[in-house]
Design a protein around this ligand. Structure first.
Ligand code: HEC
Ligand code: HEC
Length: 290
């Protein structure tokens, strides 16, 4: 009996030690990725502020989901606060207290949006730059122009902290913690994409859906453990049965033809509700072609 207890103790001890070593390895590996220094060529962009660009920039800030993580007034907000996953806050994007430094210029904005990097070349965490890197020059310039002209808000946010589960999920590439790794830093974005009701324009818009619905839009498991599965939004899913009106209704009200009320925390329909008729029609055309 004594011997058995001793051996059980040794086995449990060895397992715990192995687990600790394993965690240490994953922690050190992700930590190195988080602090990696990047060197990128930032293509300069003309961000002259005109009224058409400002109005469009304000629209893009909503339809690209920026407000979900940065707040309606760009004041920043904590969007994940979980002892296991970590604490994640979208920055205060104004020049108020707790916001961007005075030195934050157009190049810094481009580093963030097109490369997922700070002005010093370090990765921004969770900020979905792999989607924004594909936006046209005109779209990116419009977003920057509008953001830059918003009033300062004083709002201090907690520092970002990656929890143990955050490290593990990053190690196994289950969450996009380090978007800079997913960005093609040599991508040459188009100068402008024509706004028209065509599958091509729908495809361009659908980049905003790929972060969750995957590149092929077939969906899959949720990035957040325990989260609802991400639906297939090609004709293989429910969408194959929906008319254009039903599709628009679902994206504007969160209510699907099957009678399901989508939760904005799962499927951000408060973002898609702001899409124009033209944008939703183009998206529908494209998704129905898949
Ligand atoms: C899923 C959440 C999320 C969305 C959506 C998002 N961001 Fe971010 N963003 C973040 C987080 C988190 C940070 C801070 C990252 C860090 O400090 O490591 C950040 C940082 C930034 C920065 C750099 C600021 C700084 O503190 O250095 C800019 C600029 C920015 N975001 C602009 C935008 C714009 C514009 C959009 C929409 C086109 C957007 N973000 C959408 C989460 C998000
Ligand atoms: C933040 C992640 C996220 C983004 C971004 C996102 N979705 Fe979703 N979407 C989901 C999840 C999760 C579900 C499943 C929700 C559920 O089952 O309750 C879903 C469900 C849907 C549904 C309902 C499908 C059905 O069968 O009922 C449609 C339609 C949809 N999304 C379209 C889009 C489109 C179009 C975009 C881009 C403009 C988009 N989504 C962007 C996460 C996202």
């Amino acid at each position: 009996m004594r011997k058995l207890l001793k051996w059980t103790g040794i086995t449990v001890g060895a397992l715990v030690a192995l687990l600790l070593i394993f965690y240490l390895v994953t922690y050190l590996s992700t930590n190195r990725r988080i602090h990696k220094q990047y060197t990128v060529q930032v293509k300069p962009l003309d961000v002259t502020v005109d009224s058409a660009m400002l109005a469009y920039g304000s629209h893009l800030f909503v339809v690209k989901g920026c407000f979900d993580c940065h707040g309606r007034n760009l004041e920043g907000r904590v969007f994940i606060n979980d002892p296991k996953l970590g604490v994640f806050a979208g920055s205060n994007l104004t020049k108020g207290k707790g916001g961007l430094p005075v030195s934050y210029d157009d190049k810094a904005w481009l580093m963030a949006l097109r490369h997922g990097l700070t002005p010093e070349g370090k990765p921004l965490l969770i900020m979905p730059s792999y989607e924004y890197a594909k936006l046209s020059d005109y779209d990116v310039a419009s977003i920057i122009a509008w953001c830059k002209t918003q009033p300062a808000v004083d709002h201090e946010l907690p520092l970002i902290q990656v929890g143990p589960l955050g490290h593990l999920l990053t190690f196994f590439d289950k969450i996009p913690l380090i978007p800079a790794e997913k960005v093609d830093h040599h991508y040459q974005a188009p100068a402008m994409v024509k706004k028209e009701i065509t599958p091509a324009y729908g495809k361009y818009l659908s980049i905003s859906c790929t972060g969750c619905h995957r590149d092929d839009l077939h969906g899959g498991p949720n990035h957040v453990p325990g989260g609802v599965p991400v639906a297939d939004i090609t004709t293989k899913g429910n969408l194959g049965k929906w008319s254009q009106e039903q599709f628009m209704m679902a994206l504007r009200t969160g209510k699907t033809p099957e009678g399901k009320q989508l939760n904005n925390e799962d499927m951000p329909w408060q973002m898609t509700t702001a899409y124009t008729e033209e944008e939703l029609s183009a998206l529908y055309l494209y998704l129905r072609s898949l």
